[in-house]
Each structure stands twice: as structure tokens, then as C-alpha cells.
Design a protein around this ligand. Structure first.
Ligand code: NDP
Length: 277
């Protein structure tokens, strides 16, 4: 999949992004993130989604070195922590820190983790992100947890509109309006918590669909997000599930799309800054 930044004159800094990756949130035990990344890279994953807030960027970097996979064959997404999203200089400082922790000289995709809480900080923070892009420290910039009104406001101050909006998407929270608002500014949707953090895997409707398709419930949920056109980043610390989740890409769920769509219930599995002012 290709991402890029819409500007007044066209699309700039266009970049290829793998539409599937490993999420590494809540891998807090020492070495957990590194071994999950190693298992994922061995299984064929080419994209890892981390964040400064996860305190494991250094383990992603270590796994990259240990795996022997060359840097250009792995796509790394990381995020500017919300508490650091306070101004232009702070963005530059924390981008440099993430580069250092990851042990790399560029980040493929750098996201503002959530709309800065102080609305006055939103424009200077984005200007800082744009500076990181122009400097080549990052190949693409985007946002996460931005609602349609946050994206709208960006059109007033952004030179480069975001390449991505990373939001929670899964069969229980499908967000057609927010996906459309994201696509309307030229950005791609990245689906986080595609398994609703594992909260809904015992859903009887999901289990029945999986039985009819001959796959696992997790594979149904992941493939649904992917088939909506979202870059999809399930998390697992277990090598067997990492492989299972990757194999979801080969499952054909087309006959069950309307059944899965009917599971929508507005369930938010974690936080939801998209509705903040
Ligand atoms: P997910 O929806 O990916 O669910 C992860 C949970 O499901 C874990 O408990 C995992 O357990 C379990 N699981 C994974 N695979 C399977 C399987 N095949 N069968 C059964 N259970 C399974 O949750 P996340 O919230 O972690 O979302 C994914 C990624 O999205 C994050 O890791 C992070 O990178 C990103 N994210 C971004 C956010 C943001 O604000 N931008 C917020 C939340 C997530 P186990 O590890 O034991 O297998």
C-alpha cells in the first residue's frame, strides 16, 4: 500500500507501507518485545508498530539487529508520546530520542499518539512533525486517535496533511464515518486493537463465523479490518499466535462480510481520544 502527504499542490513524500504488522503494546517484561519481534520477522512480518509510551523501542531495535533482516526490509512505526506533544522543539527532541532508542537513522512512520491535550499545542507540534519529515529523520508522518473534527482543524495549519490516522477498528467498532473522514484528507486508516484487545474473542457470532470459514476467531477479526482497507497491526507475544495472525491474510472472509458487519456495537476496548474537544 502507498501512503503520502496531501499538500496544496499535490501529494509529497510518497512511501510504501506494508498493510499488516505486529503491534507491541503491553509487552512490559524484559525481552518480551524483542522475542515477539524476532518471531514476527521470522514468520514474514515486515512492519512493527511501537511507541515511546510502550517503553520498548530499544527492544525493537535490538530485534532488528539480531534478526539479520536489513533495515530497508522492515517498516517501523513509532509515536510521539502525548505528554511530549507540547511544542515544536519538543517534537524534534523526542524524534531524535526515538531514533536513538530504535538504533536507526530513520523512522518509516512517526505518529502523534493522540491529539495534544492543550489545543494551542496542536499546530506547533504538527509543524515539528513536518520538520522531521523534511529533515529525512522520518519518511512519513501521521496522527493517531484523531477524530473527524481534529482532522478538519489540521487543514488550517498543516503544509503536509497526515499520511495515516491510527484508530481503533474491529468488528465491534467499525467507524465508517471516521474512516471516510480520514480518507477524505488523503490519509490511510491504520486499525489498532483489531482483536478488541482479546475482549471479544469468545463472541458466539464470531465463533460461528470462524467455524463456517474453517479458521480461528482471531483470524476473522484481523482479516475483517484488513479487508476494510486498513493497515492492521494485531499484537501477540506468543510465536504461535504471531504466525496464526499472519496467516489470516490468506483467509477468504468475503462470504461472511455482512455477518461480521452486523457485529458492530460501538465497543471501545481501550481509550478514545477521538471524541475529545
Ligand atoms: P489487539 O486487539 O491486537 O489484541 C491483543 C490481545 O489479543 C492480547 O491479549 C493477545 O494476547 C491476544 N491475542 C493476540 N492474538 C491472538 C490469537 N490469535 N488468539 C487469541 N488471542 C490473541 O490489541 P492491542 O491493543 O495490543 O492492539 C494492537 C496494536 O495496536 C498494539 O499492540 C499497538 O501497537 C497498537 N495500539 C495503538 C493504540 C493507539 O492509541 N495508537 C492503542 C492500542 C493499540 P497474547 O499476547 O497473549 O497472544
Amino acid at each position: 500500500m502507498r501512503i503520502g502527504h496531501r499538500t496544496a499542490t499535490g501529494v509529497e513524500y510518497s512511501h510504501e507501507i506494508p498493510s499488516f504488522g505486529l503491534g507491541v503494546f503491553l509487552m512490559s517484561e524484559q525481552g518480551e518485545c524483542k522475542s515477539a519481534c524476532l518471531a514476527a520477522l521470522a514468520a514474514g512480518y515486515t512492519h512493527i508498530d511501537t511507541a515511546r509510551a510502550y517503553s520498548n523501542e530499544h527492544e525493537v531495535g535490538e530485534a532488528l539487529v539480531e534478526s539479520g533482516v536489513s533495515r530497508e526490509n522492515v517498516f517501523i512505526t513509532t509515536k510521539l508520546r502525548r505528554m511530549h506533544a507540547t511544542g515544536f522543539d519538543e517534537v524534534l527532541e523526542h524524534c531524535q530520542k526515538s531514533l536513538e532508542l530504535l538504533g536507526t537513522n530513520y523512522i518509516d512512520l512517526y505518529l502523534v499518539h493522540a491529539p495534544p491535550e492543550d489545543t494551542e499545542h496542536r499546530a506547533p507540534v504538527w509543524k515539528g512533525m513536518e520538520h522531521c519529515l523534511e529533515k529525512g529523520w522520518v519518511k512519513a508522518i501521521g496522527v493517531s486517535n484523531y477524530g473527524a473534527h481534529h482532522l478538519d482543524e489540521m487543514q488550517e495549519y498543516a503544509t503536509y496533511l497526515p499520511a495515516v490516522n491510527q484508530i481503533e477498528i474491529n468488528p465491534w467498532l467499525q467507524r465508517p464515518e471516521l474512516r471516510a473522514a480520514t480518507e477524505a484528507i488523503g490519509a490511510k486508516v491504520m486499525a489498532y486493537s483489531p482483536l478488541a484487545r482479546g475482549h471479544k474473542l469468545a463472541d458466539p457470532s464470531l465463533i460461528q463465523i470462524a467455524e463456517r470459514l474453517g479458521c480461528t476467531p482471531a483470524q476473522v477479526a484481523i482479516k475483517f479490518c484488513h479487508d476494510l482497507g486498513c493497515i492492521t497491526i494485531p499484537k501477540s507475544s506468543r510465536a504461535d499466535r504471531i504466525a496464526e495472525n499472519f496467516a489470516s491474510l490468506d483467509v477468504d472472509i468475503s462470504s461472511e462480510m455482512s455477518e461480521i458487519s452486523a457485529m458492530e456495537c460501538g465497543y471501545v476496548s481501550g481509550w478514545d481520544p477521538t471524541s475529545e474537544p
